[in-house]
Design a binder for this molecule. Sequence first.
Ligand SMILES: C[S@@+](CC[C@H](N)C(=O)[O-])C[C@H]1O[C@@H](n2cnc3c(N)ncnc32)[C@H](O)[C@@H]1O
Ligand code: SF4
Length: 374
Amino acid sequence: MVSSLYIHIPFCATKCYYCAFNTYPFHKEQAKVYIGALQTEMTLYAPETWTLQTIFIGGGTPSLLSADSLNQLFTNMHRHFQISPDAEFTVECNPGTVDSEKLRVMRDAGVNRLSFGLQAMQDETLRRLGRIHTFEEFLHSYRLAREHGFDNINIDLIFALPQQTMGEWQHTLNETISLEPEHISAYNLVMEESTPFYDWWQSGELVLPSDDIEADMFEWTIETLTSHGYTHYEICNYAKPNREVKHNLVYWNNQEYIGLGVGACGNVDGIRWTNIKGPTPYIEALRQHKKPIADSELMTGHAEKAETLMLALRKREGICLADYAQRFGEELDVSFGETIEKWIGLGVLEQTGTHLYLTQRGLFLANEVFVELI
Ligand SMILES: C[S@@+](CC[C@H](N)C(=O)[O-])C[C@H]1O[C@@H](n2cnc3c(N)ncnc32)[C@H](O)[C@@H]1O
Ligand code: SF4
């Protein structure tokens, strides 16, 4: 039974220098047409009688949409889908792009969780990342959201940035903690091909902190956040009690969801699909009332088992052995015994009677384990 919906809003004011997400420059008129296309896409899925328990509107920058466009998007969603009264309903926001009117529209539509990308608190660093806001502007947006009654807020941060010292990262994280958000996502910078950062790094213009400093930053992050009452429940995610993001848990538990919008992914009945990436062909497909799917794949057998294990290992609690056996009718060590034994021997994985999980040391080597599982 599908109970999760993701909607992608692919527009940003400018492109941050490190970002490889599927985003395009914001044009008000195109955004309006896009909201119309999303409505058509909703009609292609809506005949199913799903009741949504989690909704995530991500980007891009959904908060760039005008209050009218946001209102239209939410009205369409309520018209086409059943939304559970206690659904978790998140909207991703960029600091500096929310105002009272937009926040009111969100509240009225049932949005009850916001996610702000802060990344760093030093204005000079924000400028070097290509961000459009200052720390002061972030504070203004964050406080405005609190004033409008949002009591479940996430703040995204990135560490191991070019030239970033341990002291600067500590300053960013400590300031963030002092704001008492319910959830913090702390990502280490990933150098993505096809970004300006990648090119500057290749040409030697950008110098990254060493692997040792990055590992120290990660360890310090875990210690600091857990000592301030945040549970480290996924490699990059920390939550106050009962504030883990339910929507992402659907992904990490390899459960079903639908994705609408350009480049969005869905997973229903073992079929994974990805939508067309560009707004123009996406809008064109919907003009013809066709599902705008670019690729789809039936996930069965080893591929589905490996994906289920990899996704679950992202969670600190790891994979539940009984759930795995129930889902696949086979014990986990029958499927992956040799690989698991090897990594347990190396101190990267650990197993109790009920779960298999990455050790703290293993968190740094997660990708190496994942590559072997595929
Ligand atoms: C889908 S993005 C959108 C968030 C929102 N548009 C913003 O930037 O404020 C979600 C988060 O991914 C993280 N992110 C994006 N690119 C990254 C990269 N190359 N390395 C690490 N984290 C990244 C950032 O923390 C960002 O806030
Ligand atoms: S980090 Fe956020 S604001 Fe920056 S380009 Fe990526 S999606 Fe857009």
